[in-house]
Design a protein around this ligand. Sequence first.
Ligand SMILES: [Zn+2]
Length: 419
Amino acid sequence: MRTRRFDHIWFIECFCTWTIFGLISCATVKKSDIPYEDQSMTFHQSLLTLDTHVDTPLRVKHEGVDLGKRHDPRLIYSKLDFPRMEEGGLDAAFFAVWTPQGARTDSGHAAIKQNALEIIGAVESNIATYPDLAAMAYNSNDAKRLRDEGKYAIYLGMENGYPLGTELENLDLFYERGVRYITLCHTSNNEICDSSNDSTEFGGLSPFGYTVVKRMNQLGMMVDVSHLSDASVEDVLACSEAPVIASHSCAKALCDNPRNINDNLLRQIAKNGGVVQVNLFSEYIKIPTPNPGRDSAQAALKEKWGDKYKLNADQKDAYQLENLEVNRLYPRFLPTVADLVDHIDHIVKIAGIDHIGIGSDFDGGAELEDCYDVSEMPNITQELIHREYSKAAIEKIWSGNLLRLFHEVEMIADSSKTE
Ligand SMILES: [Zn+2]
């Protein structure tokens, strides 16, 4: 059993006080009502915290990261494990089963489906090694239930609907395997829709994409619009019966990257009851400061070693050493937690406090100067307190909004089964 991260009695007392206070002032977003003495880890640890997007399955499957052991993120590229979830007070995470886009052929689809199933198997077996620490989670109640049992809740999402190929029954298969959201595409168009990083092919959702969204609504799977083109997001909003998520996206008004969400779509997502989960990926938070020394050193590294996932153990060690040296000589210019919270402020202003959450993208490229890995997540809470967000508002940001939406998605699926 892992260490208890907060005193139960303290939490119950605070919970009662906050509930009464919350009834009086639930409309208040700003003007922090957190007592000064609690403006620390104590408050952060009292929250039910959930991150909707980490690419940790990649590390588990391809790099042998063992979730039960603590890793140094500056030595190997790993941003999340159970010891660091403990340090960072993170209770639940959606592990994204990401697959790279390949050929849109029957054989390409069959191969990537197998790959996705193997990634799920690798995550499940690593988590099964630590039954006292963590468990797989499948519904909107599991995050709280498992936290009460002193365990981390690990949900599965799927980033890129490519493994569905053109077969709707694959959706049912992945639902049965535990997947509870699908990011419909990644950086290329697939059989479902157009991507924000690709050219126009369908002009939004494909005819198959419409059937995918409808079936996801029936199954109780959340539709994730991160990575989609604006037209694809609009098509999803027009046809989804359930509210949608953007599992890891920022505000385009603050950082003009095609991956980010413009104000018009933020308003439409809010109207749909959806939630935008802000992302800690630096290029989506701030336009990168030019770093030519680093760019050319990295290009030389890539030229020399090629695909790092195809290296043998000795080559991998040599590559790691050279990569560390590049990082030492030419460090990345990273945004800060304050820059991230600027995006939260903006989304709250445009979409409202009920439509915002956090989806870090750790292990998928995310890192901030002062939130480099999951162990530093309390810095986000500190900044929200500093900006005078209320307790109720911070609770919504850390899990309240997403779990409310997840429950609505489940209810809509249940009602469709009884029709
Ligand atoms: Zn992504």
